[in-house]
Design a protein around this ligand. Structure first.
Ligand SMILES: NC(=O)c1ccc[n+]([C@@H]2O[C@H](COP(=O)([O-])OP(=O)(O)OC[C@H]3O[C@@H](n4cnc5c(N)ncnc54)[C@H](OP(=O)(O)O)[C@@H]3O)[C@@H](O)[C@H]2O)c1
Length: 427
């Protein structure tokens, strides 16, 4: 009998082949028979010919590197690969003294030094930054993601486009991987046991690299979707939904409060309107025209204005993201002891104000960055996913394209033609 001890990463790869769920010995493509033990993390291979030749048991430990990867067909596990003496093979040599002591000839004790199994591609397609100073991206092959123990791998069905990505694509180097909002199905569970099992439909907030066939996500940044929630609407939630939810919380209880939201037609704005309204606020939305204002009343805007100055002032809370003149107007419109939460500068314009603007008005101005707003993000993301699942929050997918048409989505966002969110269908 030969025992091969595998680290959790290998365990996960085996999981994709259905190995861990198998209790009884089964054939392993020409390698004899095997049994996976979840508790000990030991894969036992029963190789009758080899066992007879060497006497058993022989224990092969493949623990230390986590980099030993099995490539080629299954037969290669004990196949033709020669121990070449390179770094990975040295680890193998060092870790299976008993095998070597037994005098097994090198051809017989060879092990493939790379995983995963056949069927799992080693590369996948992803959109990467062109690095030409524009917001261009190119589709290319990249390595499959390697999850940390507290990460799941998500097979991405839909991803959304954020204004932040639009900006970063213009300043990041070639090869940078955009994509923060992903929705899809978990294909590799977290090795530490946290988070979703294989097959669960989820939405996840990843820092980057989400515009890809698969993405890794920290398990505390994942939420489970209701059965009837579509991947496209789910993909709108992480950055935009979380920003709206947590920026609104900076204003305290909203029951009976007057709330003004700029950039109301955009991704964050629309979520903010609906969340504020359902929290009992009287909501004024700022949108640049009737096309942009479309549907905002339906999600809770009591009034829609073209600019803040057109609204009757005295707001308890203003969510401001347009910047420039809009921010200046916000200072005039906020109530005596109200709060302005500044979370964006879509116009790129500076605002000008002076100490006198605050005369006799103890207003509070707070700068908000959702990434700094406190982990874990998962529970709040779950709040949003549940609201969508219950029909209480209505993501607006204003533009849906295949990810090979990402350029058109980026252009539309830059030109303020997307009401709500732009979503890419992946694959
Ligand atoms: N601090 C954070 O953590 C955080 C998180 C997410 C987003 N953000 C920022 O928050 C802002 C809103 O994000 P989003 O995802 O909702 O963006 P979005 O979907 O592009 O919406 C931006 C909105 O701003 C309005 N706007 C007003 N003046 C604009 C101008 N000069 N250029 C472009 N848009 C203008 C647009 O509406 P009209 O065309 O009707 O005026 C548009 O609906 C962005 O600046 C984004 O970078 C910050």
């Amino acid at each position: 009998m030969i025992e091969v001890r595998l680290d959790p990463v290998h365990h996960l790869d085996l999981a994709e082949q259905g190995v861990p769920s198998i209790d009884d010995d089964v054939a392993l493509n020409g390698c004899g028979r095997h049994r996976w033990d979840d508790e000990t993390q030991i894969l036992t291979l029963v190789q009758p010919g080899l066992g007879e030749a060497l006497g058993d048991p022989i224990v092969v430990r493949m623990i230390p590197t986590g980099r030993l990867r099995y490539k080629g067909d299954h037969a290669g596990l004990f196949g033709d690969h020669e121990l070449s003496g390179d770094a990975e093979d040295q680890v193998l040599l060092a870790s299976m003294p008993r095998l070597l002591e037994s005098g097994l000839p090198s051809t017989a004790c060879s092990l493939e030094t790379s995983w995963p199994s056949p069927g799992k591609p080693e590369t996948m397609r992803a959109l990467v930054c062109a690095g030409d100073g524009s917001a261009n991206v190119v589709m290319t092959d990249v390595d499959e993601p390697t999850p940390l123990p507290d990460q799941v791998v998500v097979d991405v069905a839909a991803a959304s486009v954020n204004r932040g990505e639009l900006r970063l694509l213009q300043v990041r180097d070639a090869g940078w991987r955009p994509g923060q909002d992903v929705a899809g199905v978990v294909v590799v569970p977290a090795a530490d046991g946290s988070g979703s099992p294989v097959g669960e439909r989820v939405v996840a907030w990843v820092d980057q690299a989400g515009w890809a066939e698969r993405a890794v996500a920290d398990t505390d940044r994942v939420a489970v979707l209701h059965d009837d929630t579509g991947f496209a609407e789910a993909a709108t939630l992480p950055v935009a939904g979380m920003t709206a939810l947590r920026a609104l919380r900076r204003g305290g209880s909203l029951l009976g409060r007057r709330v003004l939201i700029t950039g109301a037609a955009g991704g964050v704005g629309r979520f903010a309107i609906e969340l504020a309204a359902r929290s009992g606020a009287h909501v004024t939305a700022v949108a640049s025209g009737s096309d942009r204002a479309h549907g905002l009343a339906e999600v809770g805007a009591a009034e829609v204005v073209g600019k803040i100055d057109d609204a009757a002032g005295g707001f308890d809370l203003i969510l401001e993201s347009a910047g420039g003149e809009s921010l200046e107007q916000a200072f005039r419109a906020v109530d005596h002891s109200g709060t302005i939460v500044v979370f964006g500068n879509s116009s790129g314009e500076p605002a000008s104000f002076s100490f006198r603007d605050f005369s006799q008005r103890p207003i509070r101005v707070e700068v908000f960055f959702v990434y700094e707003s406190g982990r874990p993000f998962g529970p709040d993301l779950q709040v949003l996913a549940d609201l969508v699942g219950e029909g209480s929050l209505h993501p607006q997918v204003g533009l849906e394209v295949g990810w090979d048409e990402v350029g058109s989505a980026l252009r539309a966002l830059a030109e303020r033609r997307v009401n709500g969110k732009a979503v890419l269908h992946i694959g």
